[in-house]
Design a binder for this molecule. Structure first.
Ligand code: BGC
Length: 759
């Protein structure tokens, strides 16, 4: 930890060094505004005091106006930043009189956003669902730490990342920003992500709390769900993540839950989050997600973003009228201040730096290599061996120039602009719609990367726009690789998991021209594959980030053995989903935005008041993802936890020992010819009386094995992974009875079983 005195020592030695070269006066003269002010010492500067004590010392000094100024945003960041804004999605006030810094917030799900407007570079990592396929908490930490470092380098102090809505509805346009369908996996990974962000003394957040499981009508929808289902699924992921990370902030979501907007829902914010989960940080609203003053404040909202329609003057007046108490205000303020101390932001003021581009590239590539999932590989169509291949043709998906990214507020700008230029906007088009639907391609070219890896083969590219040309190129090549993609963005859902007629037809055409056809998918959600039996191999590359093509080339050529496993089920068709048809809002619940240039005040007023609700009934309840397909006995295309490798593994010797922690151990052996990493998974079936879906994930391990090697894997399973939520006692309980513990390589490949009786 860097204290003020070490900070001062470093500054002093820098000045001495500079003086030795005679540049001090020049530097000061040229950049008068950039001198670091000597940090002032306050009673709360003492880092040996607890964050709570430090926050209380500050609160004693603040006027009501100053307190209120911390409880709302100061407007959207603006493009490139103003004098006070750093150019991010929003910021909250600084109080220089008492040394409290502004909180400069930036969206940063898979990298720091809004770089283009301010001429900043940030690393675009593989998207979040991609990274989840590594099932690797340490990698999630490094992912978060990189984002934390780059936020700090770019002058930000808070990340708006940490999306962990469970994939109840895989057509959700933000599925790419989340961590899949299982609460233990998602919560563990995002918890480690936030821990990484906060290790850089940047405030982390978890969002969108809660049940914001689709984008269609997100500002109006009322999610109907019983408490037990909510606690064991979506909220469980948040709870696990909070336990791991001690995150500084929760962002409440746009939607309603069981009647109340999430940002004024006292069950979600107070009963569950603040009382039951013991969350000590602050709750900020999603942008425009606040709809009341006293109600929201009482319910537990601490900060309105990005403006002050409800938590500015209106809140001050509510206090003066006695409608909101001083204690309630102090609690909101305390939570914000203690977070500034607890994350170390106060003791480590943000200083700008040039982001370390090369370090970002290296991490982006290694994370992408871990996240790519090999879904099919008949007759060892992969890996590609240069010496045995005269020619390879890449078809479609702009594989000549780049890889696609996820859009919306999470959009990381492409260095040099999108590798595929966007089509010109239609005259009079809604600018918001184009912001949301804009597709951005990173300049990581599969054609270039594969050409480098296969030096003795001829590598070519055809666009796939012309089916006959694609078929003839495929016929003339040893291997044809079709690149298919599905863009995804905040604000809108996918209509279907299908890739669309054009892409499906292209794949069928190429497959009938060349029996060694490989499909590479760049999607943010599962995709359906009507052509699956006709192609030789399928690789899910997701939105693989700034070094995505290089990572993909290493996987395709076998330089890296694929190890990723799905964090989300790939169903056979939309018809197999819990809600075969997406629930969409009536027009009143999703009014179209006024045309550019038109008066938007009445539109904004309607939004602020809250749009009329429409209903979604999450009557699949606990059956999210694989739990649905298991319970309904619906066959799937690729199950949760599935992923192939260029080697094979065998499982044996399961032992399960009960106790407060259940200890599960077994042996995994590499039975093939290549070194690899197996993600070994453990599931449990609960006793019938528990009324649970057929099984749940209770643990996993990443096991590295050279050919022929065996390793004994031990996985401790804490008791809370086996409990259920009991609405009667409003708490968790372990149901006594027989549990079946299962281990293997995916949720549907579990060769080892053992029964254990738990009291
Ligand atoms: C999104 C949030 C985002 C915020 C600020 C909202 O539209 O839902 O995820 O953090 O905007 O950009």
């Amino acid at each position: 930890m860097m204290t003020h005195s070490t900070w001062r020592n470093r500054a002093a030695s820098a000045i001495l060094l500079a003086a030795a070269f005679g540049v001090v006066s020049l530097a000061v003269a040229q950049f008068p505004g950039r001198e670091q002010p000597e940090p002032k010492h306050y009673a709360w500067s003492d880092a040996s005091l607890s964050p709570d004590t430090r926050a209380d010392l500050v609160i004693k000094e603040l006027t009501l106006e100053e307190k209120i100024s911390l409880l709302h945003g100061q407007g959207f960041g603006g493009n490139g930043g103003t004098t006070e804004s750093n150019g991010g999605a929003g910021w909250s006030n600084a109080i220089p009189r008492v040394g409290i810094p502004a909180i400069q917030m930036a969206d940063s799900a898979y990298g720091v956003t809004r770089g283009a407007a301010s001429g900043r570079y940030s690393t675009a990592l593989p998207n979040n669902l991609a990274a989840a396929s590594a099932w690797d908490p340490q990698a999630a930490f490094e992912y978060g730490a990189l984002i934390g470092r780059e936020l700090r380098a770019e002058g930000y102090s808070m990340s708006l990342g940490g999306g962990v809505n469970l994939s109840r509805e895989p057509r959700n346009g933000r599925t790419f920003e989340y961590q899949g369908e299982d609460p233990l996996l998602a919560g563990t990974l995002v918890g480690n992500f936030v821990k990484g962000v906060q290790s850089e003394h940047i405030i982390g957040d978890l969002k969108h709390y809660a049940i914001n499981d689709q984008e269609s009508g997100r500002n109006a929808v009322n999610a109907n769900i019983d408490k037990r289902s909510m606690r064991e699924t979506d909220l469980r992921a948040f709870e696990i993540a909070l336990g791991i990370s001690d995150v500084g902030a929760f962002m409440c979501s746009y939607n309603r839950v069981n009647g109340d907007f999430a940002c004024e829902n006292s069950y979600l914010l107070t009963d569950v989050l603040k009382k039951d989960f013991h969350f000590q940080g602050f709750v900020l609203s999603d942008w425009g997600g606040t709809h009341s003053t006293a109600k929201a404040s009482h319910a537990g909202l601490d900060q309105e973003q990005p403006g002050k329609s409800f938590f500015g003057d209106a809140l001050q007046k509510a206090v003066e009228r006695g409608e909101v108490s001083q204690d309630e205000i102090n609690d909101h303020v305390h939570r914000i201040l203690r977070t500034i101390f607890a994350t170390g932001l106060f003791d480590h003021p943000v200083t700008k730096q040039v982001p370390d581009v090369e370090r970002g590239y290296a991490l982006a590539q290694s994370l992408a290599e871990k996240s790519i999932v090999l879904l099919k590989n008949s007759h060892n169509a992969l890996p590609l061996e240069s010496a045995k291949l005269r020619s390879v043709v890449l078809i479609g998906g702009h594989a000549d120039v780049g890889v696609i990214t996820g859009g919306g507020s999470a959009q990381v700008d492409a260095p040099g602009g999108s590798a595929v230029p966007p089509p010109p906007a239609a005259p009079g088009a809604n600018p918001m719609a184009s912001f949301m639907r804009r597709q951005v391609w990173l300049p990581s070219s599969p054609l270039r990367a594969l050409t480098a890896k296969l030096p003795s083969s001829k590598i070519s590219y055809v666009s796939g726009d012309d089916l006959a040309a694609a078929a003839s190129a495929a016929k003339g090549a040893d291997v044809a690789i079709v690149f298919a993609y599905q863009g995804e963005s905040e604000g809108t859902d996918l209509k279907t998991l299908d890739l669309g007629e054009d892409q499906d037809k292209l794949i069928e055409t190429v497959a009938s021209a060349n029996s060694r056809t490989i499909v590479v998918l760049e999607t943010g959600s599962p995709a359906t594959m009507p052509w699956i039996d006709h192609v030789a191999a399928v690789v899910e590359a997701w939105y693989p980030g700034i070094r995505g093509a290089e990572a993909l080339a290493n996987i395709l050529t076998g330089e890296v053995n694929p190890a990723g496993k799905l964090a989300i089920t790939f169903p056979r068709s939309d018809a197999d989903l819990p809600h075969p048809t997406l629930v969409t809002p009536p027009p009143a619940s999703q009014p179209s935005r006024p045309a550019p240039g038109a008066d938007i005040s009445s539109f904004m007023a309607t939004m602020a008041k809250g749009l009329p609700p429409f209903q979604i009934y999450y009557d699949e309840k606990l059956k999210v993802g694989y739990k649905w397909y298991d319970a309904e006995k619906k066959p799937v295309l690729f199950p949760f936890g599935f992923g192939l490798s260029y080697t094979t593994y065998a499982y044996s010797g399961l032992t399960v020992r009960g106790g407060e922690t259940v200890n599960v151990s077994f042996t995994v052996r590499n039975t093939g010819k290549r070194a690899g990493t197996e993600i070994a998974q453990v599931y449990a079936s609960l006793p019938e009386a528990a009324g649970e879906p057929p099984k749940r994930l209770i643990g996993w391990a990443r096991v590295e094995l050279v050919p022929g090697e065996s390793k004994q894997v031990s996985i401790p399973v804490s008791g809370d992974r086996l409990t259920i939520f009991d609405e009667g006692s409003d708490g968790w309980k372990l149901v006594p009875g027989n549990y079946i513990v299962m281990a293997g390589g995916s949720s549907q490949d579990l060769p080892l079983h053992q029964q254990i009786m738990l009291p």
